[in-house]
Ligand binder design. Structure first.
Ligand code: ADP
Ligand code: ZN
Ligand code: ZN
Length: 746
């Protein structure tokens, strides 16, 4: 037997499979992880194929044998190996890098064998009664023989709970030929049991959505865009669909933007499907993740709830993939190899005969455009459950507040609404998409602004209390420094702080309502592993009355006692230098507004802005997705932005500015030369620009970029391949990377 092995070494000259011989007696299957010699080293690898004959032209005696097999069950399912192949091709990267995505981090290094444990069983043919009679003077051995009597192997660690220190006795029994000891894969840890709940009767909209999608589920096909307003009960539709899939003997994957932010979603699934539910996300320890992953691989868990990478979960007979809040940018991976979980899900669903459901109250422009083109079937849920009304939204013009002498963070309308809400005994949420206290520090005499030494960004003041002098922190690299007492440029003492973050919002609430307990959720308060859950629990139990947070609180939270949502500064995302700024702003406002009034009591939303007339704010205030889509789609078409083109950039990073610029110029010339040497109808680009990146320096690295708009057309493939190749170029400390439609353009 011969094995084709992809070695796990990220380097292009080892991207092809190598052949090895399979030693006699080694039980090897395609998809298993192995350890193999490569030159003088031992490296990890994945068996991609097995064959009887030696590969063409290679004398078998030249081949080295596989050193070790790390799996007893193949880690890679054949369909996932296919998926990895397709992704490697599409993103022009070595196969080992996409194969690695299919495994949890604890299994990726090619060295970690599965966890094994010592098992004991009775040797074949042993008659326990007779054997026990011969060893009356050793009661421990007798008890062990009795325990093993049924024939099934027992974990030695389980036996140790019944018989004290059984190991020596077992070894003795083994040497007498009565017992067999062996290392076997240990079973994955089981989750805590959950109390199961019954589904509520579905609403008319939910039933209709289910009826529309069920035939596809049964036929093992179909892709849907489920556009239901906030509070329309989309989760219950997923649960019903999963139930159908399970009844058909198939599994399901539910992707959520970030598990830590959607603990309720996990709970709902656990309560419905019990231990059949597995949860995968990055806040688990590596070994917890391996356990959950193995429960899925071995078929014990058939419902997977997880973040982006759960799209690769080893569910064997997959029937359904749901992508909740499909508009979230967390579905785009920002690490190499980059991928879009929505695209991967579509490809996986088609390959494995599963139904795909993308779901959102505010679908991405891209997905909605695809639905309009017929790539997805649109399913709508226009009403909230049980006749609950949509929240009432008021837009407050902060320019008028200033004119009328209100210089505070909260408009009079918001202060009044907050006071009414608390007086009613309800809860409120205040949203501001910036953490810290003040967002920049500047000198009023000379205009100097404190910037990070390492990054081309202003420093943010962080402080927990009004009397605390605080500390300046860079949100990019984490560098901190004390706030200056005098201007470093002109020595003026006239230093002022501008811009507000969540800490300042919290302080303001405490000043206005000193007795009201608050809870703040942002990157500063959620560093520890289960901080999110603790903070949300406090709010859920009503111990805190006002929840203040960044976009963390905009995702899917369902607290029935929240009747007021305040958007403190709606313009913050609108002013970002990114063509997606209006889309992000609309989504954030609509989503956070959607947290209000989700039960009987009606919800009220106050949106503070300096641009009350902006079409995006207007559409968000009316919670009119269609209107927003139409206007944004027109704007994208006029500006030739995605989905009408792809935005590709070659990003150059270098410790020297001249180095970064020179490399970017070289890349720009290469691209121009390519474009000139190809006939115009094949150029298919529309814009090539060379600039400094919007954030010109990060962590001491200067950043320049070549930005292209490329028409989506098969003819553009060679150009994209060229860009991807240029993305691998590096010159000493100067590195280039190629990104197509990246998550961030900063
Ligand atoms: P969405 O994700 O569409 O914003 P959720 O799925 O979070 O909405 O549901 C909103 C609320 O409505 C939840 O509290 C949920 O328990 C409740 N709900 C959903 N479906 C029903 C139903 N059929 N009957 C009663 N309550 C429901
Ligand atoms: Zn100054
Ligand atoms: Zn910095």
């Amino acid at each position: 037997m011969y094995a084709q092995v992809i070695v796990d070494v990220a380097h292009t000259n080892v991207a092809k499979p190598f052949s090895y011989t399979v030693p006699q007696g080694l039980r090897l299957q395609a998809g298993m992880r192995v350890s193999v010699p490569l030159g003088p080293r031992q490296v990890g690898g994945y068996v991609v194929a097995l064959q009887d004959a030696p590969p063409d032209g290679l004398p078998p005696e030249k081949l080295k044998p596989i050193s070790r097999v790390l799996d007893s069950v193949p880690s890679l399912l054949p369909q996932l190996m296919e998926l990895a192949r397709e992704m490697a091709q599409a993103s022009h990267c070595p196969l080992c890098e996409t194969l690695r995505l299919m495994l949890p981090p604890g299994m990726r290094d090619g060295r970690t064998p599965e966890k094994k444990e010592l098992y004991a069983s009775l040797a074949p043919g042993v008659e326990v009664g007779q054997a026990a009679a011969r060893m009356r003077r050793s009661p421990k051995r007798v008890s062990l023989l009795r325990l093993l009597e049924g024939g099934a192997p027992h974990r030695v660690s389980d036996l140790a709970k019944l018989v004290k220190n059984p190991r020596d006795a077992l070894r003795a029994l083994q040497s007498e030929g009565l017992v067999q000891l062996s290392q076997q894969p240990s079973p994955p840890a089981q989750p805590a049991p959950a109390v199961l709940t019954q589904p509520p009767p579905l609403t008319a909209d939910q039933r209709e959505a289910l009826e529309t999608m069920r035939p596809s589920l049964q036929a093992g096909q179909g892709a849907f865009l489920l556009n239901g307003v906030t509070g329309s009960g989309k989760t219950e539709v997923y649960l019903a669909m999963v139930n159908e899939a399970l009844a058909m003997g198939r599994g399901a994957i539910i992707l959520v933007p970030e598990i830590a932010l959607t603990p309720q979603m996990v709970r709902w699934f656990r309560e419905r499907f019990g231990p059949q539910t597995a949860v995968l996300h990055s806040r688990l320890t590596d070994s917890q993740r391996v356990d959950e992953w193995r429960r899925i691989r071995l078929g014990a868990a058939r419902v997977v709830v997880g973040a982006r990478s759960a799209v690769f979960a080893p569910v064997e007979r997959l029937g359904l993939i749901v992508i909740d809040e499909e508009h979230e940018s967390t579905y785009l991976s920002d690490r190499h190899p980059r991928y879009d979980a929505r695209r991967v899900a579509a490809s996986r669903a088609a390959r494995e005969g599963a139904t795909l459901v993308l779901s959102s109250a505010t679908p991405s422009i891209l997905s909605f455009a695809m639905a309009r083109r017929g790539d997805y079937t649109l399913v709508e849920m226009p009403r909230r459950v049980l006749g609950h009304p949509m929240p009432h939204v008021t837009v407050v013009d902060m320019r008028r507040e200033l004119e009328q002498g209100n210089r505070s963070l909260f408009s009079r309308a918001l202060t009044q609404a907050l006071s009414d809400c608390l007086a009613r005994g309800d809860q409120a949420m205040l949203f501001l998409n910036r953490r810290g206290y003040n967002t920049f520090v500047s000198c009023r005499s000379c205009g100097y602004v404190v910037r990070c030494e390492q990054c081309d960004l202003t420093m943010t003041l962080h402080r927990e209390r009004p009397d605390d002098p605080g500390v300046l922190r860079c949100h990019m690299c984490g560098l901190t420094q004390p706030p200056p007492k005098r201007c470093p440029e002109c020595q003026s003492a006239y230093i002022r702080y501008f811009g507000s973050g969540t800490q300042r919002v919290e302080e303001e609430v405490r000043r206005l309502f000193p007795d009201v307990p608050t809870v703040r959720m942002d990157n500063d308060t959620t560093r520890s592993r289960d901080a999110h859950a603790k903070l949300l629990d406090r709010f859920g139990r009503g111990e805190a009355r006002v929840l203040i947070g960044t976009q963390m609180i905009a995702k899917g939270l369902d607290f029935p006692r929240v009747t007021l949502v305040g958007v403190v500064a709606a313009d913050m995302t609108l002013n970002l230098p990114d063509y997606r700024a209006p889309e992000r702003t609309f989504q954030l406002i609509t989503q956070v507004a959607g947290r209000a009034g989700r039960a009987e009591r009606p919800g009220e939303v106050i949106v503070q802005t300096y641009k009350p007339d902006s079409p995006c704010i207007q559409a968000a205030a009316r919670q009119d997705y269609r209107a927003f889509f139409e206007q944004e789609f027109r704007r994208r078409r006029a500006g030739l932005y995605p989905p009408f083109t792809s935005l590709a950039r070659l990003l150059v990073e270098s410790p020297s500015e001249a180095g970064a610029q020179a490399m970017a110029e070289r890349l720009y010339d290469t691209v121009q030369t390519y474009l000139l040497s190809h006939p115009p109808q094949k150029r298919r680009t529309l814009m090539v620009r060379l600039d400094a990146a919007p954030v010109k320096r990060i962590r001491g690295q200067f950043r320049y970029q070549v930005l292209l708009k490329v028409f989506q057309h098969p003819d553009a493939e060679p150009l994209l391949a060229l860009l991807s190749e240029l993305g691998g170029v590096s010159d000493g400390a100067t590195r280039v990377c190629c990104e197509v439609n990246p998550v961030t353009l900063m």
